[in-house]
Design a protein. Structure first.
Length: 221
């Protein structure tokens, strides 16, 4: 185990020494679903979300971010249609970030910027659905999605970025709720398309921060 940890640390520091413009970070927030059981109320039945990401900054305006998020979605309309569902969701995405202002991490006058983002995602759902006629059926599927949204980022300390963002995911080739497979003749169906959204805060650290720490330790020894 100690040897494995040592190898991982060596690999991490090796990447950090070459990735002068890259960040690693974590995020947390809330997710929600809109679709057949919630045609248009953001943050209804919201659920927690956690995630991690790696971001390459091409310059002070453009960045490419790869991320992995874990959350759940849920919705229900037992009163009118006797239907509900809950989906456990894992999302892998690649997104382009465009900063409105030049943004830096060196405590300069470039410490704040709004940004927009967009990209492509791949999502795995494990969905449990209940109905008056069909009880606790579980389905697993994977679909493509198109994430896009807006956010703000701020540099409170050197090499550190905090941010807040809100975004939507448009599902393609599948449904988040799988309600289309539950409906029977005589049960009212809406025409709402399935979307899901995230609102989250994040903390990211520039990898050259770790290189600087390592250099200081080597100098002391």
């Amino acid at each position: 185990m100690k040897k494995l940890i040592t190898v991982i640390l060596i690999m991490f520091y090796s990447v950090a020494s070459y990735a002068q413009n890259d960040d690693i970070g974590i995020l947390a927030g809330s997710s929600y679903y809109t679709g057949d059981l919630n045609p248009g109320k953001p943050f209804l039945d919201c659920m927690p979300i956690v995630g991690a990401f790696y971001r390459h900054n091409f310059n002070e305006r453009l960045a490419l971010r790869g991320g992995f998020n874990i959350t759940s979605l849920q919705g229900g309309d037992f009163q009118n249609r006797g239907l509900s569902f809950k989906s456990n969701l894992k999302e892998l995405s690649l997104q382009l970030e465009v900063n409105f202002n030049e943004f830096g991490i060196d405590m300069s006058d470039k410490r704040f910027s709004p940004y927009i983002f967009g990209g492509i995602g791949y999502t795995w759902f494990t969905t449990k659905k209940d109905s008056a006629r069909l009880i606790q059926t579980s389905l697993t599927t994977d679909i493509k999605s198109f994430p896009f949204g807006i956010g703000i980022k701020y540099n409170p300390f050197e090499n550190v970025t905090i941010g807040a963002e809100w975004g939507l995911r448009k599902t393609m080739g599948g449904d988040a709720d799988k309600i289309d497979l539950v409906y029977e003749p005589g049960v009212r169906v809406s025409n709402a398309k399935d979307w899901y959204g995230f609102a989250a805060i994040s903390v990211a650290v520039r990898l050259n921060f770790f290189q600087a720490q390592r250099c200081e330790e080597l100098t002391r020894h």
